[in-house]
Design a protein around this ligand. Structure first.
Ligand code: NDP
Ligand code: ZN
Length: 354
């Protein structure tokens, strides 16, 4: 079957001819419909994040997928069901407390593999197999955009964890700011629009730009970080109750604290490499303490976040989904889905349709 992957000897995605996987007991065989590409895939391709499955000289890419069950194989799933796979799996042949509790997203590094990212093949192939517990059914009318369930689930988890920290008191937030106008940032901006009176989104681009058009259309305020640094947002606009960082730009982790209103919370999602810069540690420490501020880190998501994400996706307007998916490529000519210029928001490789 056709698959798109990276090989140890290459530095670009390649069309591979690999064997169709056979489902083990408890696993279903899934026919792939669409697979999305995001910043993480670019890091995997560049070799700065993730790693090959043990003993293999290639890895099939792709962790944002939607497919249709081809063979339920006695797993409890029926042929024809539309499903979205979760990403984290037990390290080969083992389990650990995080997986037993259904919280693989809380497992520390080394205690999991991630399909298409670290240690296991992804979903960018005509077929993939998966244990049924890692396949989340979705309504067939969402199949076209089902590859967005995974990135939305990342935001569901981050928001859950962040808002849970504000539960011990009467938090009355009304302004939120997303850092980053990539696909994760824009999906999250829509979600925050539903619950905050005022929203901001930080980028570093000139108009006209398709991501700024989306920010405008959503009714959010675009903030250009080249003119207004994140810690200047309180002076330029207002201090915000929630910051969702999706840039991977390390100074934003610190600036987030200064952008927050008293009692605010910031969720950090970016994954930068080593990055040294100077900060006023005293001011940072004091600001967090004297204003009851909170900063959380969050990665990955589990089945319940996927289920929440299915509902969220179902309520997103069609114009937004259309605007986010900027390229639908074929496996034979997948390169356009991996292009990463300013016109690209979410590239997708389509293997089949329902
Ligand atoms: P993208 O690379 O598509 O988006 C990042 C965006 O941030 C880009 O639009 C970029 O702008 C913008 N940006 C970067 N630096 C700045 C800056 N200094 N000021 C303003 N804007 C800036 O990635 P994704 O949307 O896919 O993901 C966002 C981040 O979240 C990435 O760092 C990714 O690694 C991480 N991630 C984390 C997950 C988790 O579980 N924690 C899961 C998925 C992603 P421009 O394009 O103009 O350069
Ligand atoms: Zn992703």
């Amino acid at each position: 079957m056709q698959a798109i992957g990276v090989t140890r000897s290459g530095d670009e995605p390649e069309l591979l001819d690999v064997e169709r996987p056979e489902p083990a007991p408890g696993e279903a065989l899934v026919r792939t419909l669409r697979v999305g590409v995001d910043g993480t895939d670019h890091e995997v391709i560049a070799g700065s994040h993730g790693g090959y499955p043990e003993g293999e000289d290639y890895m099939i890419l792709g962790h944002e997928a939607v497919g249709v069950v081809e063979d339920g194989n006695g797993s409890g799933l029926e042929a024809g069901q539309v499903v979205v796979p979760t990403v984290r799996r037990k390290p080969d042949g083992e389990t650990n407390e995080y997986f037993r509790r259904g919280e693989p997203d809380m497992a520390p590094e080394g205690e999991y593999v991630e399909r298409g990212i670290v240690g296991d093949h992804g979903f960018m192939a005509e077929y993939f197999t998966s244990p049924a517990d890692n396949l989340v059914p979705i309504p067939p009318h969402l199949a076209e955009y089902g590859m967005l369930v995974e990135p939305v689930s990342i935001a569901e988890k981050a928001n859950d964890h962040a808002f849970a920290t504000r539960e011990p008191f009467q938090w009355r937030p009304d302004a939120a700011c997303v850092l980053g106008n990539g696909s994760l940032g824009l999906l999250t901006l829509w979600m925050l629009e539903q619950r905050f009176d005022r929203t901001y989104c930080v980028g570093r681009r000139d108009r006209p730009d398709p991501t700024i058009d989306i920010i405008d259309e959503l009714g959010a305020t675009y903030v250009d970080s080249r003119e207004t640094a994140v810690d200047e947002i309180p002076d330029a606009h207002e201090a915000v109750d929630y910051v969702f960082e999706a840039t991977g730009y390390a100074p934003h982790a610190v600036q987030t604290v200064h952008a927050l209103a008293p009692n605010g919370v910031g969720a950090l999602l970016g994954i930068p490499g080593p990055w040294e810069f100077e900060i006023d540690g005293g001011r940072l420490h004091q600001e967090i303490v004297l204003h009851n501020k909170c900063l959380i880190g969050t990665v990955n998501s589990h089945v319940e976040h996927f289920e929440d994400a299915v509902e969220t996706l179902d309520s997103m307007p069609d114009w937004l989904l259309d605007a986010l998916v900027t390229t639908v490529a074929t496996p034979e000519e997948a390169t356009p889905a991996f292009e990463d210029d300013d016109d690209q928001i979410k590239g997708v490789v389509q293997f089949d349709t329902l």
